[in-house]
Design a protein around this ligand. Structure first.
Ligand SMILES: Cc1cc2nc3c(=O)[nH]c(=O)nc-3n(C[C@H](O)[C@H](O)[C@H](O)COP(=O)(O)OP(=O)(O)OC[C@H]3O[C@@H](n4cnc5c(N)ncnc54)[C@H](O)[C@@H]3O)c2cc1C
Length: 332
């Protein structure tokens, strides 16, 4: 939608194809109590401020409402219920295939987000049928879980937030595979992202020396910490290495009997439907700030596409503007 904003300003003929039946689908599918880790000041797409006090942390539903309103406000041509099944190159143009129709386009931007395929470790297959288990994408609220010990696997922001959400009503355990550095959400009364923005760190290119260092620490915990979770009564464990029946084993050999497991173990990109040779041998997109070697094919919203801000609401506009400019130059 950020790109749509810039393309509309150019007066370009374009369409935004969205698989879901409602806008902001990725946000609607997240858990009920989700609170953004970026304050409202940094949750706006280009040209329309995020409503309300700038220093608060908006909820999932507020973001969904904002994005829906954004499309309406700029009259963006979003076509819902339109999953793209394939993108192919034909005679210098692109054929974009859906179940019921196809489009021919001179230029195509893939902005399908970094959170496509839920990643669940294969050890999950060892859990018995009596254990309720699902990926964090299926988690909505504590009511969906049976009584008894719940294990949340994954020590990123998602795992921490879900463990805390469950702690008031359940016995909760959190398994942390690799420790992430906890950062306070507010420092001396200011939001963390205020510092990242003002110091320019959020806009440091991925290839710069400082950008490379930041990428190594990318999975940083924001606003949560082991100490905070312990205060909520959550018991912390190391990596989960085995699961059998109702029992899981952690890396230190300790075991836990569980009633439910939530896999907050991340996502994998799925670009298998893009039939254009722009991927390396590991399946990663080869690009220069979203511009691929296949003329007229772009990506937007990849993590670290150009900077730490590339896949965040408040900073995606920089890459969107860059891609919009490339599109303009090519279409002349
Ligand atoms: C738990 C969680 C918390 C987060 N909190 C924050 C936060 O506090 N602040 C922040 O800035 N960012 C946050 N993010 C990151 C945030 O989600 C991204 O900034 C943003 O959603 C990325 O937007 P996007 O449009 O690139 O991708 P998405 O929002 O994932 O949207 C991609 C869209 O593409 C559609 N789609 C996928 N495949 C196809 C296809 N083949 N055809 C048609 N449509 C398709 C999907 O239905 C989806 O609507 C969070 C992410 C997660 C997972």
């Amino acid at each position: 939608m950020a790109l749509g904003h810039f393309l509309a300003r150019q007066g370009r003929d374009f369409v935004i194809l969205e698989a879901a039946d409602k806008p902001a689908a990725a946000w609607r599918e997240r858990w009920d109590s989700l609170e953004l880790f970026t304050s409202a000041r940094y949750d706006a797409l280009p040209g329309l401020a995020f409503p309300g006090a700038p220093d608060r942390y908006p909820s999932r539903d507020e973001v969904a409402a904002y994005l829906t309103d954004y499309a309406r406000h700029f009259d963006l041509p979003v076509v819902l219920g339109s999953r793209v099944r394939a993108v192919r190159k034909t005679d210098g143009r692109y054929l974009v295939e859906l179940d019921d129709r196809a489009y021919e386009a001179d230029q195509v931007v893939i902005a399908t987000g970094p959170f496509q395929m839920p990643l669940v470790p294969s050890i999950s297959a060892g859990l018995g049928a009596g254990v309720v288990q699902f990926h964090s994408t299926a988690y909505r609220s504590p009511q969906a879980l049976p009584d008894g010990p719940v294990l949340v696997v994954g020590g990123g922001n998602t795992g921490y937030q879900i463990a805390e959400d469950l702690a008031a009503s359940h016995e909760v355990h959190l398994s942390i595979g690799s420790k992430q550095k906890p950062l306070p959400q507010r420092i001396l009364g200011r939001d963390l992202f205020w510092y990242l923005d003002k110091t320019g760190l959020i806009r440091k290119p991925a290839k710069s020396r400082i950008g490379r260092r930041l990428q190594r620490n990318e999975d940083t915990l924001i606003g949560s910490s082991p100490k905070r979770l312990r205060r909520h009564g959550v018991e912390l464990h190391g990596r989960t290495i085995e699961a059998g029946g109702t029992e899981v084993t952690f890396i230190d050999g300790t075991k836990l009997d569980v009633r439910a497991v939530i896999w907050a173990t991340g996502f994998q990109a799925d670009h298998s439907w893009i039939d254009v040779p722009v991927f390396d041998e590991t399946g990663r997109v080869v690009h220069e700030r979203g511009v691929t070697a296949s003329a007229g094919l772009y990506f937007l919203g990849l993590p670290w596409q150009h900077t730490r801000g590339s896949a965040l609401l408040g900073w995606v506009k920089d890459d969107a503007e860059h891609i919009a400019q490339r599109i303009k130059e090519r279409q002349k």
